[in-house]
Design a protein around this ligand. Structure first.
Ligand SMILES: [Zn+2]
Length: 105
């Protein structure tokens, strides 16, 4: 086994796995977007990863955003009521993130 290959195996084992609240698939954190409930009770996309609060993850897939936000999977996972404004903003932020990811990849 080459040294390089061993290194890859080792790294892969340490990738933290998270579950998308909409489709329930387990993925690495890189493939998911974190949504947090902030201490003031609003729910937003965590861009920097430093936001504190209870978090839930959604895939980089539009179906999951719609399902998560409109079917209340996110509310359930965060144990919070998501206001209409927050929902709207989450859908917008999600759409922008997805657009950016698809353009870059
Ligand atoms: Zn998903």
């Amino acid at each position: 086994m080459s040294q390089k290959f061993k290194g890859q195996l080792l790294r892969r084992r340490h990738v933290p796995q998270r579950t998308c609240v909409a489709c329930r698939e387990t993925k690495s954190k890189k493939e998911l977007i974190r949504v947090v409930r902030t201490p003031d009770g609003s729910v937003k996309v965590a861009i920097s990863g430093k936001e504190s609060g209870r978090g839930a993850y959604l895939c980089l897939r539009w179906e999951c955003w719609e399902l998560g936000i409109k079917k209340n999977r996110l509310e359930h996972a965060l144990r919070a009521k998501i206001s209409l404004e927050d929902r709207q903003r989450l859908l917008e932020d999600g759409a922008n993130l997805l657009k950016r990811c698809f353009v870059e990849s």
